[in-house]
Write a protein that binds this ligand. Structure first.
Ligand SMILES: Nc1ncnc2c1ncn2[C@@H]1O[C@H](COP(=O)(O)OP(=O)(O)OP(=O)(O)O)[C@@H](O)[C@H]1O
Ligand SMILES: [Mg+2]
Length: 462
C-alpha cells in the first residue's frame, strides 16, 4: 500500500490555537542554566515547578525522553496549566505538543481508547526528508492581464538569479497566490513547483534604495546565484496521527480541516508504523517524540489509566504531562480512593511536581501582566485592592474581574479601572465561597441536593 505524508498541504495546517486565559505566557522564563527568572516570559514565581519543567523540556529536546510521564499536582489556579503552556511555547516549532482535557476523551464520537490513541499519535512527529523541485530568484516584473469580465487572469512572471533570467506564464491560481503574499518586483521568492506554494525570503539588496515598499521589519537578502529551477531537500515534520488520517480517508488531508477523523483501523496504523520504520532505516525519516498534555487528569477512568500504563511502554510514546488539582479522590470507574485520583501503579511511573499558592507580591505581578495583556489600566489603589481580594477568593477569580471591572468603568466613561469599579464587579459576580454561602442560604430551592459520603477533596489553597 502507498503511504503518503501529504507534504505541502500539511505544512499549512500549523497549530492554530487561541488560549485566552494563558495568552500572556511566552515560555518558561528560564535562563541558559535553566534557573527560573523571577518574572519572565509571562510567568511569575513557582520557581521549583518551572525549573522541573525546564529540565524535562531539555531532555525532550535532546530526544532523550519518551514514554515518561510527569504530573503537576497542586491547588486550583496555581499555574499548572500555565506552566504546561509555557513548555509548549518553548518547544521547537517542529516538536509536536498536544493538549487535551481528560473529559474530551469521553465526549468524542469514538471510543475512549481510540481518542487516547489519537492523542498519543498526534504527539509523535515524523521528520521527513524529501526532494522537491523549486523555483528561486528575484522578481524582476509581474505582469497581470485581466479578461474583460475579470473572471480569468493570465500573466507573466519574470524572475532572475545573478546568472540567468526566465519568464514564466502565470495561471489564475499562481496570480492569486502572488497577490496574497503581496509579492512585488525586487522580492526574492521561492515557489514550490508541486504545491505552488510561494514563500517570500526578503527584499533583494539591489533594491534596498527604493524604500517606498518597505516596512520596519523588511529583511534584505542577496539575489540568488545559479539556476532558477533547482532540486532541494526539504525537511518537514508531520505527526503520526496526520499520516493516519491522510491515508485512511478518500478525502485525505481535508479530513484534518474538518476535524472529522473518525476511528482509524488498527491494521492501517500497523502498516504506517512499519512504513515509518522502513523510512527510518533508509535515513529518510526521524522520529520526534513530542509532548502530550492531559489536563484535569483525574477525570479519566480506570480503563483509560490502564491504557496509559500500556501506551507509555510502547515503542512510539511521547512524554505525557498530566495536571490535577485533586488531593485524595475516587478513581473514576472504581470505588477506591487514591492520591490525585490516579491509580497507584500509574503514579509509580510518574514524576510528580507540585505547585504552591502564590505570595502576595507574585499575585500582584501576575495581575499586572494580565492587565497589560488585556489592555486594561488599573489605578495603583485598584491593584492593591485586587491583590488583597485574591487572598480571600482565588487568583482566577481576580483575573476574571479585571475585564468585568473594565466594562463597569467604561460605563461611567472612565478609561482607568478604579476601586469602585472593582467593588461593583465584585458584587455582580460571586466567587466560589460566596456562592456556597448563598447555596446554604437558599437551601432546598435548587434542584440536585447533596449526595452523602462521596466527596472528593480539591487540594486546599491555604
Ligand atoms: N506563575 C504564573 N505566572 C503568570 N500567570 C500565571 C501563573 N500562574 C497562573 N497564572 C495565570 O493564572 C490563571 C490560573 O492559572 P492556571 O489556569 O494555570 O491554574 P491551574 O493550576 O491549572 O488551576 P486548575 O487546577 O483550576 O486547573 C491563568 O490565567 C494563568 O495563566
Ligand atoms: Mg488547569
Amino acid at each position: 500500500m502507498q503511504i503518503t505524508t501529504g507534504t505541502s498541504e500539511l505544512r499549512d495546517i500549523t497549530k492554530m490555537e487561541r488560549i485566552g486565559a494563558h495568552s500572556h505566557i511566552r515560555g518558561l522564563g528560564l535562563d541558559d542554566r535553566l534557573e527560573p527568572r523571577e518574572n519572565s516570559q509571562g510567568l511569575v514565581g513557582q520557581a521549583k515547578a518551572r525549573k522541573a519543567a525546564g529540565m524535562i523540556l531539555k531532555m525532550v529536546q535532546e530526544g532523550r525522553i519518551a514514554g515518561r510521564a510527569m504530573l503537576f499536582a497542586g491547588p486550583p489556579s496555581t499555574g499548572k496549566t500555565a506552566i504546561a503552556m509555557g513548555m509548549a511555547q518553548s518547544l521547537g516549532s517542529d516538536v509536536p505538543f498536544t493538549s487535551i482535557t481528560a473529559s474530551e476523551v469521553f465526549s468524542l464520537s469514538m471510543s475512549k481508547t481510540e481518542a487516547l490513541t489519537q492523542a498519543f499519535r498526534r504527539s509523535i512527529g515524523v521528520r521527513i526528508k524529501e526532494e522537491s523541485e523549486i523555483i528561486e530568484g528575484e522578481v524582476v516584473e509581474i505582469q497581470i492581464d485581466r479578461s474583460l469580465t475579470g473572471a480569468t487572469k493570465t500573466g507573466k512572471l519574470t524572475i532572475k538569479t545573478t546568472d540567468m533570467e526566465t519568464i514564466y506564464d502565470l495561471g489564475t491560481k499562481m496570480i492569486d497566490a502572488l497577490t496574497k503574499e503581496k509579492v512585488l518586483a525586487g522580492d526574492v521568492i521561492v515557489i514550490d513547483k508541486t504545491s505552488g506554494k510561494i514563500t517570500k525570503l526578503g527584499r533583494s539588496f539591489a533594491r534596498s534604495r527604493d524604500y517606498d515598499a518597505m516596512g520596519a521589519d523588511t529583511k534584505f537578502v542577496q539575489c540568488p546565484e545559479g539556476e532558477i529551477q533547482k532540486r532541494r531537500e526539504v525537511v518537514h515534520t508531520v505527526s503520526l496521527h496526520e499520516i493516519d488520517v491522510i491515508n485512511s480517508r478518500t478525502q485525505g488531508f481535508l479530513a484534518l480541516f474538518a476535524g472529522d477523523t473518525g476511528e482509524i483501523k488498527p491494521e492501517l496504523r500497523n502498516q504506517i508504523d512499519t512504513k515509518v520504520a522502513e523510512w527510518r532505516e533508509e535515513g529518510k525519516a526521524e522520529i520526534v517524540p513530542g509532548v502530550l498534555f492531559i489536563d484535569e487528569v483525574h477525570m479519566l477512568d480506570i480503563e483509560c489509566f490502564s491504557f496509559l500504563n500500556r501506551a507509555l511502554e510502547g515503542a512510539l510514546a511521547p512524554l505525557v504531562i498530566m495536571a490535577s488539582n485533586r488531593g485524595m479522590a475516587r478513581i473514576r470507574g472504581t470505588k477506591f480512593r487514591s492520591p490525585h485520583g490516579l491509580p497507584i501503579d500509574l503514579l509509580d511511573r510518574v514524576l510528580i511536581v507540585s505547585t504552591k499558592p502564590y505570595s502576595e507580591s507574585e499575585i500582584r505581578q501576575i495581575i499586572q501582566i494580565r492587565c497589560q495583556e488585556e489592555d486594561v489600566t488599573l489605578t495603583p489603589d485598584a491593584i492593591n485592592v485586587l491583590t488583597s481580594m485574591t487572598a480571600q477568593t482565588t487568583l482566577r477569580y481576580s483575573l476574571n474581574l479585571i475585564s468585568c471591572a473594565q466594562v463597569v468603568a467604561r460605563k461611567r466613561k472612565s478609561e482607568e479601572v478604579d476601586v469602585v469599579d472593582l467593588r461593583r464587579a465584585y458584587m455582580y459576580f460571586m466567587d466560589e465561597k460566596r456562592s456556597v454561602e448563598w447555596l446554604k442560604f437558599t437551601q432546598g430551592s435548587l434542584i440536585f441536593e447533596e449526595i452523602e459520603g462521596t466527596k472528593d477533596d480539591i487540594m486546599d489553597t491555604k
